[in-house]
Design a protein around this ligand. Sequence first.
Ligand code: TXD
Length: 308
Amino acid sequence: MKKKVSVIGGGNVGATAALLIVQSGIADVVLFDVVEGMPQGKALDLGEACPLWNSSANIKGTNDYADTADSDIVVITAGLARKPGMSRSDLLHANADIVKNAATEIAKKSPHSILIVVTNPMDVMAQLAWKTTEFSCKRVMGMGGILDASRLAAFVSWELDVSPEDVEALVLGGHGDEMVPLPRFTTVKGIPITEILPRKKINALIERTRKGGAEIVSFLKTGSAYYAPAASAFQMVKSILLDEKRMLPCAAYLNGEYGTRDLYMGVPVILGTEGVEKIVEVKLTKEEKAQFRRSCESVRKLLKQLSI
Ligand code: TXD
């Protein structure tokens, strides 16, 4: 039987993620949104592209959670996106209401599903979704680190004029301004960038990565990034559905790992059919640990505002 992925929120990220899943043919997709007609229209359009993609996936657009029943994976992208001058945390209260509602419906309709949270502020929303669904923490995770790492990898490849294929980057911590990019684990064909780029240049690339989302918001003005975010969410969906066991930086529930307890944070995990099958602990330097702690603190502050 074909796998089923529901995408909650049919906006820029949700519709693009739906496109990637349908195009790959690895699962049927249900695209849910509260706006009447919009998910139906987008799903029809995507369905009409399937013959061109040689894809046998089905896609349905809906305003009714009943259609999402028995999903294998649910991706939550519903919520407000940033406008120029807004930080990810400015979205806190409005998006918390939306994510809580979505998580409640998912727990009822797809009690065995794996949940991927995309909505910002993402680490906080992942924790909220986990608490709301009462799912095992292995089955609730957030997308952030893959995107941040992909941005850093792109900047490195442009700087060195090498194929992005040969660049691997690692960014840990929360998906916010306090993220923790790790240059010593950012490599070009295995060579750490610390060996091939001057410190000043690396710092500039890191700074651009931290502000990568805002850079795009300032161009778009009416929305935020969605191609790379959707591609990142798709990588997670694929690793889970195909049991690829990719090692990817995702927001996962830490219960002692990285000296952190009871908090969703971006760390490398192994993603397979069970969801987060393993949290990979990397030994951090003193300075990296301090950065990681600062990132945890800023996420905890937001959780407190929501009384979680
Ligand atoms: O790395 C990451 N985690 C992120 C997160 C990268 C990019 C975008 N990030 C966040 O994802 C962004 O800050 C937003 O919070 C979400 C969705 O971003 P997107 O760019 O897709 O926003 P849109 O285009 O405004 O789409 C949001 C949709 C829109 O169609 C609304 O009608 C819908 O969400 N929406 C809802 N859907 C279902 N249920 C409810 N309650 C609801 N409310 C709004």
